[in-house]
Design a protein around this ligand. Structure first.
Ligand SMILES: C[S@@+](CC[C@H](N)C(=O)[O-])C[C@H]1O[C@@H](n2cnc3c(N)ncnc32)[C@H](O)[C@@H]1O
Length: 448
């Protein structure tokens, strides 16, 4: 299964020494160390972000089928995410590439253990992906780009093997969120612990130094958690991570532009909403009330990271620039809605959700849908009459008109006036519920 992509030679590549250091680091400590038996199959949130349907819909307002798609896990490490990609995208072929041969051996074992055969692994560089001679519908490049000596070369490598409608998930470390780890790395570089490949000895020295410091020393307060102090992987992935670099949103957007890629969305987009940072979003100070609506997507995200740098990763989806800009669903007219077809997200088509939905509808109790998929920290509940619209979606997509008819059959009379439910009332209520569920990522609304 393994094919060798020849690595770049030092003479032609001034960054070869750093690449070699990175390879050695991950050969001696392949990442992540998640045991081979562990399986993310029940982690719907995890599968949701690894499912190509999610970003494809965000970009096109269309629902795609994963059957026959070709997916690259670029910098796959020990293959835990390759496994998640295989589980989240039934019928897709998975290709994993990593600079570290030891990581590739681990990844092969992992996928074999789980009986996944439609997969290939290659030792190679992100910067040299065209040598594979393949093109991809989706590229997952998670926790890799910030290590590259030249991130634009990595982005260009991926861009050049991406199909015209393909999507890349890629992330960089946030320089604002990880500020204190970069100071720790400066310290340990200054002490010479990162001159060659940091291993047990260097990890031990970091641990001894941190333990010896008083608890109120700022670097210790900000980077040291006594609960993790025996965790070698955490020290290597933070205090001693070779090649680690931080970025801001404007820097990331500039890299995308240099690689001729277009931003689609943040991966956890619901947790990047600057309006959520205000006590009363409808009553902002006048300066903000006037200026916020004028900001571009990039500026709003940058404002968010300046105000509230909680995300370790600037984690995005991007693709080739597309000429067509779609009308956001929140701005659709009733005429748009009347032609719509509704899909439930495929990740919710699981036995546990089906059982709970059936019970809620028959016992007339609310459905706490966030128990099954939760993209925000809030509890999301829908009442049982509305939940019944989701039942037929588990079998197949439905035109909105059939959902409205179904809802009217169950609630033929207005409970207050006792007059027959009219078409407009039913349409508005079902539309409102779908708009809310669409915004939270549970359903997808497609135009013909
Ligand atoms: C932090 S690990 C992430 C592994 C995996 N993507 C995950 O998130 O579980 C970074 C991986 O990127 C690989 N890597 C670093 N630079 C690379 C390059 N230039 N080309 C290919 N792989 C690279 C490393 O060997 C390592 O396995």
């Amino acid at each position: 299964m393994t094919a060798q992509i020849p690595s770049q030679q030092s003479a032609t590549n001034p960054d070869a020494d750093l690449l070699e250091k990175i390879r050695r680091q991950f050969d001696s400590a392949p990442y992540p160390r998640i045991p081979v038996e562990e399986n993310p199959k029940d982690n719907t949130n995890y599968l949701y972000v690894h499912n190509l349907v999610t970003p494809y819909y965000l970009r096109t307002q269309k629902v795609t089928n994963t059957q026959g798609k070709v997916i690259l896990d670029a910098g796959c490490g020990t293959g835990y995410k390759s496994l998640a990609l295989a589980l989240a995208n039934p019928g897709a072929k998975i290709i994993g590439v990593d600079i570290s041969p030891e990581s590739i051996v681990f990844a092969q074992k992992r996928l074999q253990y789980h009986g996944i055969n439609n997969v290939e692994f290659h030792v190679g560089l992100l910067e040299e992906l065209p040598k594979l001679g393949m093109e991809f519908d989706y590229i997952n490049c998670d926790d890799v780009l910030y290590l590259l000596p030249d991130p634009v070369a990595g982005l260009r490598g991926m861009q050049s093997v991406l199909k015209p409608e393909g999507i890349i998930r890629v992330n960089l470390h946030s320089s604002l969120q990880r500020e204190w780890y970069y100071r720790a790395q400066n310290l340990f570089q200054f002490m010479g612990l990162m001159d060659s490949n940091p291993e047990e000895t260097e990890i031990g020295i970091v641990r001894d130094i941190m333990k010896a410091l008083k608890n109120d020393v700022i670097l210790k307060k900000q980077t040291w958690n006594p609960i993790n102090e025996e965790d070698n992987e955490s020290i290597l992935a933070n205090h001693l991570l070779v090649g680690d670099k931080g970025s801001t949103i404007p820097q990331f957007f500039s890299l995308l532009q240099q690689a001729d890629l277009e931003f689609i969305s943040m991966v956890n987009w619901l947790r990047w909403d600057v309006m959520d940072l205000f006590k009363e979003p409808d009553d902002l100070p006048p300066f903000l009330a006037l200026s916020l609506p004028e900001l571009s997507t990039e500026e709003r995200l940058h404002l968010f990271e300046l105000l509230h740098p909680i995300h370790r990763l600037l984690d995005i989806w991007c693709g080739h620039p597309q000429p067509e800009k779609l009308l956001p669903i929140s701005e659709w007219t009733d005429a748009n809605w009347e032609k719509a077809t509704i899909h439930i997200h495929p990740i919710l088509k699981n036995p546990e959700f089906r059982t709970e939905l059936t019970e809620c509808v028959t016992q007339m109790r609310p459905l706490i849908i966030s128990k099954f998929l939760s993209l925000t920290h809030e509890m999301v509940s829908i009442d049982s009459t509305m939940a019944l619209c989701l039942v037929p979606l588990l079998e197949q997509p439905q035109p909105i008109t059939s959902l409205i008819e179904r809802w009217k059959q169950v609630r033929p009379i207005n409970p207050v006036t006792l007059t027959p439910t009219d078409q407009k009332e039913a349409f508005d209520l079902v539309k409102l519920m779908l708009l809310r569920l669409e915004g939270l990522g549970y359903v997808m609304v497609e135009q013909p």
